[in-house]
Design a protein around this ligand. Structure first.
Ligand code: NAD
Length: 254
């Protein structure tokens, strides 16, 4: 029996990449999953594999930066699954450029998706999670996992908007843990290092080599490396872990 048997999860940005792998991993551990992304049709591949695993899945089109859409999404998940145990705030974008030339639009776009989106989903699931009770009246709570980034810890030239958004996600994670802890709602962040993905495929070879030189484990991470850590934080083995930022970066930084 999987460690997430009987649990229900929301994963944002789950149509592809790291979010897709997280959705599959949670389902493999027994969870039913709401697969959320900008367009529900993009979620078909993710949903199909979850169903092959014998779990339930629904695809929901939602812009994480739009509070009305986020609230409607959470309501739909509650109506479909009856409760929400796990939220993974994974949707994220980059719009890189040097600070000196960065437009207001590029700043706002990245902060709105990466940071505000994480806030909106966290706020929307807080009450449903606080209401989760066991048959004996015990406080079951829930688990919120935010996807941050190594550069949200160390900064990175050319990514003022992205690093600020991920630094904000880290602070938001710690505050959420403090506010919701008494109701057994845990909140942690995973800070990936350099993960092979569509987001990083586009980088020039010399930039990739420069990153590789800083990684003691001498390989780039995979989406599955992140998904395994998320599944751990979502489940009972992490029952006493909250407010933590777990780096999954091959040793890039301590
Ligand atoms: N790839 C890496 O090396 C790396 C490193 C550190 C952190 N991360 C973080 O991991 C997460 C996933 O990254 P990825 O590499 O899989 O990216 P990706 O671009 O492959 O996937 C991101 C997904 O989010 C969705 N999305 C974007 N904006 C959205 C919005 N407004 N509402 C709903 N969905 C939206 C996209 O449609 C896409 O399916 C992001 O938060 C990213 O910042 C990635």
């Amino acid at each position: 029996m999987g460690k997430l048997e009987g649990k229900t999860a929301i994963v944002t940005g789950a149509a592809r990449g790291i979010g897709q792998q997280i959705a599959w991993k949670l389902a493999a551990e027994g969870a039913d999953v709401a697969v959320c992304d900008l367009n529900d049709e993009w979620c078909a591949e993710t949903v199909g594999k979850i169903e092959e695993l014998g779990r339930k899945a629904i695809a929901i089109g939602v812009n994480v930066a739009d509070s009305g859409e986020v609230d409607a999404c959470v309501k739909k998940v509650q109506e479909t699954f009856g409760k929400i145990d796990i939220l993974v705030n994974n949707a994220g974008i980059t719009k890189d450029g040097l600070l000196i030339r960065m437009s207001d639009e590029d700043w706002d776009a990245v902060l709105n998706v990466n940071l505000k989106g994480t806030f909106l989903f966290t706020r929307a699931v807080s009450r449903p999670m606080m209401r989760n009770k066991g048959a004996d009246g015990s406080q079951l709570g829930g688990s919120i996992i935010n996807i941050a980034s190594v550069v949200g810890i160390m900064g990175n030239a050319g990514q003022a908007n992205y690093t600020a958004s991920k630094g904000g996600v880290i602070a938001l994670t710690k505050t959420t843990a403090k506010e919701l802890g008494s109701r057994n709602v845990r909140c942690n962040a995973v800070a990936p290092g350099f993960i092979q993905s569509k987001m990083t495929d586009v980088l020039p070879d010399d930039v990739k080599k420069a990153y590789m030189d800083t990684i003691p484990l001498k390989r780039f991470g995979t989406a599955d490396d992140i998904a395994k850590c998320v599944a751990f934080l979502a489940g009972p083995d992490a029952d006493y872990i909250t407010g933590q930022i777990i780096s999954v970066n091959g040793g890039m930084i301590g």
